[in-house]
Design a protein around this ligand. Sequence first.
Ligand code: SAM
Length: 230
Amino acid sequence: MARHLGSRFLRPVAGYSQQAFERLAQRWDGRCPLVLDSACGTGESTAVLARRHPAALVIGIDQSAERLERGRRKLADTLPANALLLRADTTDLWALLAERGVTLAHHYLLYPNPWPKAEHLQRRWHGHPRWRELLALGGQLELRTNWQLYAQEFALALRQAGQVAALRPLVAEGTALTPFELKYAASGHPLWQVQATLDGGAPSHPSAARAGEPGRERAGDQAGKTPVDR
Ligand SMILES: C[S@@+](CC[C@H](N)C(=O)[O-])C[C@H]1O[C@@H](n2cnc3c(N)ncnc32)[C@H](O)[C@@H]1O
């Protein structure tokens, strides 16, 4: 983690992630709060979050075309107009947004794969080489998982990066936010939630591609001031 905080991950962005980023940039006006639902699976959570944050543009991102397609079919009549499902490696989108100084209102990481083997640490979000970019995106960050150790590591990594992180058992909200939450809750798994308010970086818009170009509105600031963004 310390290594990743001090260095840049130079893997090129995948073509499909670049295309997703361009769609996002076309769709976002640069002023309304921006919410990411990273690794959204079929996007059911994206739909719920879009209703929960009606003043925001809520982007659900997953690398699986098959899951997204299944979600699009299921949500065909119910996906709110302020929700957008995109196929991308979400860490590529973090890098593309962070590079341009874009900050988020909220960022959700819901039920990531646990990657339980030690050699898979780099695949956990807090062990990923793009952890630095995730932190730079700012906003209200929320992780949910059924694996307590993942939540503990995630909270520890946030604290090591100088952030204040709260780890607690997830209190059931009535309806599950995602299919995995539903599945785990139904089989009686205790669920965990980590929340943190990240500082983020300088304001900008995806179209402000050149370093040093003055940015437009900061999505996170707007969200903080907008009472309708709950
Ligand atoms: C366990 S599923 C959880 C899906 C959803 N959040 C839920 O709770 O129902 C993990 C998801 O992460 C996606 N995923 C894993 N790594 C990813 C990455 N780097 N970029 C985008 N999606 C990713 C997988 O395709 C899968 O849909």
